[in-house]
Design a protein around this ligand. Structure first.
Ligand code: SF4
Length: 250
């Protein structure tokens, strides 16, 4: 069995002063690899394996250099790509952070979640060292979700329920794309689902933006949302009202 220190993480990039992926100022690690193919993805270069190889210890030492920015509520966030594809590395990295008393957040789309006993055991271990999960919900309609991302949403919704039942804090995030993820009935269904969860601390609407377009083009992939506009203030407000985001801001 691999020793913790032997496990390597494959890192796409690092952000030393993140302000949007969890509370306070955060050191954000973007891991490489994702099995979803969201049409609105602004990081398609994280989809495939590869990236820079780091040990958890080396990455932790790098992150900890920025501790003076974190104050009382900041810390480290691991995002992606899909960080749960590297769950063994995540466990080692978050263990080091918690040993130093630092807040840890996991930014995930939940796609790798599985009730397979071996996987779930690892996930339980990871949750012991995770203070907050930022979970993306993209669409409630399963067929629509498959068309949008290439995969089912059933295990993602299962993950949200599991976190709720196991007292793990969550922020739910929804990327708003006009005519794609802003259907009123689907947003209402999403709110109904969120309101059944006991540990949601915040619900955020993230407006779609077109910054990823150039990356799709440079990778030679056809951009499915060519011509789709970013949502207006009014469209964002409407989605926030349907999802009752104000009820969750603490
Ligand atoms: S889950 Fe995130 S990284 Fe993966 S395809 Fe969707 S938007 Fe891109």
């Amino acid at each position: 069995m691999a020793n913790g220190s032997d496990i390597k993480g494959y890192v796409h990039s690092l952000e030393t002063f993140g302000l949007v992926d969890g509370p306070g100022v955060r050191f954000v690690v973007f891991l490489q690899g994702c099995s979803l193919r969201c049409q609105f993805c602004h990081n398609p270069e994280t989809w495939h394996s590869g990236g820079e190889e780091w040990s958890a210890e080396k990455l932790w030492q790098k992150a900890f250099r920025y501790k003076q920015y974190w104050k009382s509520n900041g810390g480290v966030t691991v995002s992606g790509g899909e960080p749960l594809l590297q769950i063994d590395f995540l466990i080692e990295f978050f263990k080091l952070a918690k040993k130093a008393g630092v807040h840890t957040a996991l930014d995930t789309a939940g796609q790798p979640f599985s009730t397979n006993p071996d996987w779930l055991e690892k996930f339980k271990t990871l949750m012991e060292y995770t203070d907050l999960v930022l979970l993306d919900l993209k669409l409630m309609d399963e067929d629509g979700h498959k068309a949008l991302t290439g995969k089912t949403n059933q295990n993602i919704l299962e993950m949200a329920k599991w976190l709720s039942e196991n007292s793990n804090k969550m922020w739910i995030r929804h990327v708003l794309v006009p005519n794609l993820t802003d259907d009123e009935a689907d947003l209402k269904k999403m709110y109904e689902f969120i309101s059944t969860l006991k540990t949601v601390e915040r619900v955020e609407v993230l407006p779609y933006h077109t910054l990823g377009l150039a990356k799709w083009v440079s990778m030679g992939i056809e951009y499915p949302l060519d011509g789709v506009k970013v949502p207006t203030e009014e469209q964002i407000k409407r989605a926030e009202e349907i999802l009752h985001t104000a009820d969750y801001q603490k």
